[in-house]
Design a protein around this ligand. Structure first.
Ligand code: GLY
Length: 566
């Protein structure tokens, strides 16, 4: 994998360095002209090339996200949505381009007459699709903060789609493992399972319909996708398979600039995403509670810190039950981060005994399998600009339906609503009435695009993995800000996860010693080894102006930096 990455970079004649990681750990790459981390070599290279061409961090992040829409179709998208948190010329902003429920959506649209969820309708097929936000969101982000012409930012993705890219073993694997659900849609089969199977590893994949869509997007901006023939094609494809999406939904979609959620922790300043993502609130609660409970003074390894993480997350995810679209939810970041509320939660935590999640609310009846497909882009440029941009289709290849004329997949983000309030979703998350399906509402997310800074030092990070994102981001930050780990080590180290329900502390292999596990069991935790933690991408600016980039060895990931011009 490493050799492949270097060959690609040499072939591109790039001044950057980079590497792809999947299941193996490498040192973070470092340079002095900016840094990009994303899921794929090809997309990270696009970001680096844009920085080298004089683009700022927003130009690079948007170009990288569009490249991901081509080479990483599991999650990169034009048919999904996402969030961005940026610091440009010292100004903080966050953009919500989360999908929204179509106008014809109804609260019980996924339930039968007895109130039971119908098959997999909220996950597979276009009934699962929210109104895509990416076409509008990526454009607006660039319009407000980008430096380069829009057409220059879209061009690398268009070229990747038109001229083709090499099918990686990772993409081949994803297509193979999702084959059965992809096969339900002839439109998808024609592009991604030609001759009945995924394209061979190493073959060149061209996506002419997507290239045409990107060309129109470069010329006309989001109108090219939210009105006219592409919007009509989306409605047609959706209608043909029982979906609700209409061209009028696309035309009326708006991205929303929101106040970023800002807070301090351990002497650093942080900015993350507020509702309709729960990620920023969970992260802010986590660091605030840990700091006030003496995290810094606790032994780094051993049961106390693991116990405290489980206790804090149990409470943060119980609060998540109250969250939803800020238009209709009563709980907001202000009340959930209020001094009194955090003090109350603190007073309920005992160091010698685990709480029971059931004491904080009611248990789900069953647990579904976990899966996820979201992708994070982290960029820092030499002018001090920072961009954390996370986009998603929700599940791998979204709802699996590819719109043939447009060349991209539609999301299955509707499953992030509380499809049946009180029952677990794709991530095992039990969600409340606040997040019930309402036409036009945004479904609650866990994405956690985050910026951290202290003087001239900065970190940009985020990840994929649904409910596991905020807990992974929190752990990487604690290792960097409190324990002083190098960037790559902070990303690599095994992690823990708890999300209130199910009431289980999930631990990656080697995260805890057998003695620590024993101690946690004796305090009353249920502990389970798992391999499904989030994947975090991060870049960092050191005090001396050096840039570092790190991709998660849990993969896929690719980190690149710009090195000095000769
Ligand atoms: N679709 C996963 C999330 O937004 O959290």
């Amino acid at each position: 994998m490493r050799r492949l990455a270097c060959t690609l970079l040499l072939a591109l004649g790039s001044l950057s360095q980079g590497l792809a990681v999947e299941g193996a750990s490498f040192p973070a790459v470092s340079g002095s002209g900016g840094a990009v981390a994303s899921a794929e070599n090809a997309s990270t290279e696009v970001g680096i090339e844009i920085l080298r061409a004089g683009g700022n961090a927003v130009d690079a992040a948007v170009a990288t996200a569009l490249a991901l829409a081509v080479v990483h179709p599991e999650a990169g998208n034009l048919g999904g949505g996402g969030f961005a948190v940026v610091r440009i010329d010292g100004q903080l902003a966050s953009l919500d381009f989360r999908e929204a429920a179509p106008a014809d959506a109804t609260r019980d649209m996924y339930l039968d007459a007895e109130g039971r969820p119908v098959d997999d309708a909220s996950r597979v097929g276009p009934l699962a699709a929210g109104v895509p936000g990416s076409p509008t969101g990526l454009f607006e982000l660039h319009q407000r903060f980008g430096d380069l012409p829009w057409s220059q930012v879209v061009r690398p993705a268009r070229l990747l789609a038109a001229e083709g890219f090499i099918v990686t073993s990772r993409l081949h694997r994803s297509l193979s493992s999702e084959r059965e659900s992809l096969e339900r849609f002839p439109e998808t089969v024609r592009v991604w399972l030609p001759e009945g199977r995924p394209p061979a590893v190493g073959s060149r994949m061209r996506l002419p319909a997507l290239a045409t869509t990107l060309e129109a997007y470069a010329e006309a901006g989001p109108r090219a996708l939210t009105s006219g023939s592409v919007a009509r094609a989306i409605e047609r494809a959706s209608d043909a398979h029982g979906g609700l999406l209409k061209a009028s939904d696309l035309a009326s979609y708006r991205a929303v600039w929101r106040q970023p959620l800002t807070f301090d922790a351990f002497g650093w300043k942080l900015a993350s995403m507020d509702l309709p993502s729960s990620g920023g609130i969970i992260l802010a609660q986590t660091v605030a509670l840990l700091e006030s409970l003496g995290w810094r003074q606790m032994p780094r390894f051993g049961a106390d810190r693991a116990h405290l993480l489980a206790e804090v997350w149990r409470r943060s995810f119980a609060d998540r039950f109250l969250m939803g679209d800020p238009v209709t939810t009563e709980a907001d970041s202000q009340s959930l981060l209020a001094h009194d509320w955090l003090a109350y939660w603190r007073s309920t935590i005992r160091m010698d005994r685990a709480s029971l999640s059931a004491d904080l609310a009611r248990l789900p009846e069953s647990l579904p399998p976990e899966s996820s497909d979201t992708t994070h882009v982290a960029v820092a440029d030499r002018s001090g600009n920072l961009v954390a941009l996370t986009t998603t289709l929700n599940d791998t290849f979204g709802c699996r339906l590819l719109v043939p004329e447009a060349g991209f997949f539609l999301n299955n983000e509707m499953d992030d609503f509380a499809v049946a309030p009180g029952r677990p979703n794709l991530y095992g998350l039990v969600q409340g009435e606040a997040n019930a399906v309402r036409p036009g509402n945004r479904m609650l997310s866990s994405m956690t695009p985050t910026l951290v800074w202290r003087g001239s030092e900065a970190v940009v990070l985020g990840g994929r993995g649904g409910s596991r994102i905020p807990t992974a981001v929190a752990q990487v930050l604690l290792r960097l800000l409190v324990d002083g780990d190098p960037l790559q080590t902070a990303v690599d180290r095994p992690r823990l996860h708890h999300q209130w329900l199910p009431d289980i502390l999930r631990v990656e292999a080697d995260a805890l010693s057998p003695e620590t596990v024993q101690e946690l069991l004796s305090r009353g935790h249920e502990v389970e080894i798992w391999t499904r933690d989030a994947k975090v991408n991060a870049v960092r600016v050191l005090e001396n102006g050096t840039f570092e980039a790190a991709a998660d060895p849990r993969g896929p990931g690719s980190a690149g930096v710009v090195t000095p011009m000769d």
